[in-house]
Design a protein around this ligand. Structure first.
Ligand code: FAD
Length: 406
């Protein structure tokens, strides 16, 4: 039995464990994770790690000895298949049962898989964990043409790296622009143009019908239109499915994620949920219940839980932020643009350094900043204060954002 058992050794789980120790928690702690690797950073998987610019050691969240030095048991390669919230136990895939005082559910999500014919052919990949990327990298030497399915951040980042490797990349998106779910039109069109300029074939409003194979390996993507695009590798970046089945079976309230309150408490006694799998009320979404898939959210929810467990509760109120690296473009996002009713461009995308301000009901809710660190840093206060500002000055990149704060 552990005083605190953490399900999942990703960003949220690792951070919760280390923050508990930082805050002086003296009870027993275990992280039970189904990957065999100690906690590591996931964002480099579609960036520097895929590119071969960072070795695995350099993306570890902490050096390996850190965990035992802090008396945090890492039980790796262990999948939790069931939770008994009355008995306060979890059952592992091998049948072992472990008791807990408090359970922190931090299991993230599984990559959403293609379901069309051919989805299980060799050469069809997702990008969620180290094993996915290692498999992909091992195949790359024999690959000339890659089809990336999904024009979200992960698909675009993978396309950028593979293009740099000299692969011929085509990116297929069902919507009429890339990044449609997360950004406004100006940002979408900018990234579309950047990728096209480097030779990525971007196909919008396109539906994949199936993957064709030859000798058990992917050989082409067939579109709903009947067109066939030959390729040797398919990468699906089509989102995640929250990994919450054991908790839902135990009776936790859930709806596209485990539902938690502002302290990340689930409906089950003694059970918290944090990170990608937690559907939480977010002040930056007007209190709506949402899931956020970001390192910021994983880390800040870990803080909320560590505080709650150590007797210093404080509700989740962190400003959302996110980043994406593609080619030499560093995108930084602060706030949540979803539901914006006005977008204002600051600067000229042609200079490859600009930002987009998003407003809702006249108030600033987010910034997307491309190679514009100053706007990102200074825009934060405006997002935090839901500021109302002079729109002409907002549109003028010569006016620093800090001058707009009330
Ligand atoms: P995870 O990090 O996914 O960790 C969950 C862990 O739990 C996993 O190891 C999983 O295998 C394990 N697990 C699942 N089910 C069980 C079970 N039943 N039993 C035991 N263990 C289980 N975010 C950013 O902010 N910026 C970025 O640039 C960015 N880039 C990304 C690029 C890629 C390729 C990916 C995949 C994600 C990226 N993200 C980025 C998102 C970010 O990595 C996630 O939001 C973050 O990892 C969430 O942390 P988590 O702990 O909730 O989940």
């Amino acid at each position: 039995r552990y005083d605190v058992l953490i399900a999942g050794g990703g960003h949220a789980g690792a951070q919760a464990a280390l923050l508990l120790r930082q805050r002086g928690f003296a009870g027993t702690i275990a992280i039970v994770g189904d990957e065999i690797d100690p906690p590591y950073e996931r964002p480099p998987l579609s960036k520097d790690y895929l590119a071969g610019d960072k070795s695995f050691d350099r993306i570890l969240i902490r050096p390996v000895p850190f965990w035992s030095d802090r008396d945090i048991d890492l039980r790796l390669g262990c999948r939790i298949t069931a939770v008994d919230a009355d008995q306060r136990t979890v059952t592992l895939q091998d049948g072992n049962v472990i008791g807990y005082g408090t359970l922190i559910w931090a299991t993230g999500g599984a990559a959403r898989r293609l379901t069309c014919a051919g989805h299980d052919l060799k050469g069809v990949h997702a990008v969620r964990n180290r094993a996915d990327v290692d498999r992909m990298v091992a195949e790359l030497p024999g690959v000339t043409r890659v089809a990336v399915i999904g024009g979200g951040y992960i698909g675009l980042e993978a396309a950028a790296v593979l293009t740099k490797f000299g692969k011929q990349v085509v990116l297929l998106e069902t919507q009429d622009r890339v990044l449609a779910r997360v950004a406004g039109e100006a940002l979408s069109r900018f990234y579309e143009a950047e990728h096209r300029a480097r030779g990525v074939g971007i196909r919008l409003s396109t539906t994949v019908a199936c993957i064709d194979g030859r000798d058990g390996a992917a050989s082409a993507v067939r579109l709903a239109s009947g067109e066939t695009l030959p390729c040797d590798m398919v990468i699906a970046g089509i989102g995640i499915v929250p990994a919450i089945d054991p908790l839902v079976a135990a009776g936790a309230a859930a709806d596209n994620g485990v539902i938690v309150d502002a302290h990340c408490r689930t409906s089950l006694p003694g059970v918290y949920a944090i990170g990608d799998c937690a559907a939480h009320p977010n002040p930056y979404a007007d209190g709506a219940t949402i899931r956020l898939e970001s390192v910021q959210n994983a880390n800040d929810q870990a803080t909320v839980v560590a505080r709650d467990i150590t007797g210093a509760p404080a509700p989740y109120d962190a400003v959302p932020w996110f980043w994406s690296n593609q080619y030499d473009l560093k995108l930084q996002t602060v706030g949540l643009s979803a539901g914006f009713d006005r977008a204002i461009l600051r600067g000229d995308p042609a200079t490859r350094s600009f930002s987009v301000a998003y407003l809702r009901d006249g108030r600033i809710v987010a910034f997307d900043c491309v190679n514009a660190v100053k706007d990102y840093v200074q825009g934060r206060a405006l997002v935090q204060g839901r500021a109302t500002v002079d729109l002409d000055r907002l549109a003028d990149p010569a006016v620093p954002l800090k001058m707009l704060a009330a």
